[in-house]
Design a protein around this ligand. Structure first.
Ligand SMILES: [Zn+2]
Length: 108
């Protein structure tokens, strides 16, 4: 039965190789999920979805709403100071006299 051994070893190596490829692919998907999630300001959600759901998680991360766009107020121009609009409650630049969102005066 000596000729069985090369096949047995070959089978074990093949199984190990397939496992390695599967794990490697999963790690890649998790990293991908993390990067897509990070771009949307939800890197933790992306990471967890990638770990638990694999490529399905990746699809979910892709369709997730972009939180980074809504969570980032206008803070890059002027002094960077913002005031809360008395009319629409959104953050507007402090040096502006009118709210850029609703057009109402900020000094009311
Ligand atoms: Zn407003």
């Amino acid at each position: 039965m000596e000729e069985v051994w090369p096949f047995a070893i070959g089978g074990a190596v093949l199984t190990g190789f397939i496992t390695l490829v599967a794990v490697g692919l999963h790690v890649l998907i998790v990293i991908w999920c993390y990067k897509v999630g990070k771009r949307k300001g939800q890197e933790l959600v992306g990471l967890l979805l990638g770990i638990f759901l694999g490529w399905i998680g990746l699809i979910i991360v892709y369709v997730l709403p972009d939180e980074s766009a809504t969570n980032t107020p206008i803070q890059t121009y002027g002094t960077g100071q913002t005031v809360k609009c008395p009319s629409c409650s959104r953050m507007a630049p402090a040096e502006g006299r009118f709210c850029p969102y609703c057009g109402k005066s900020l000094n009311e």
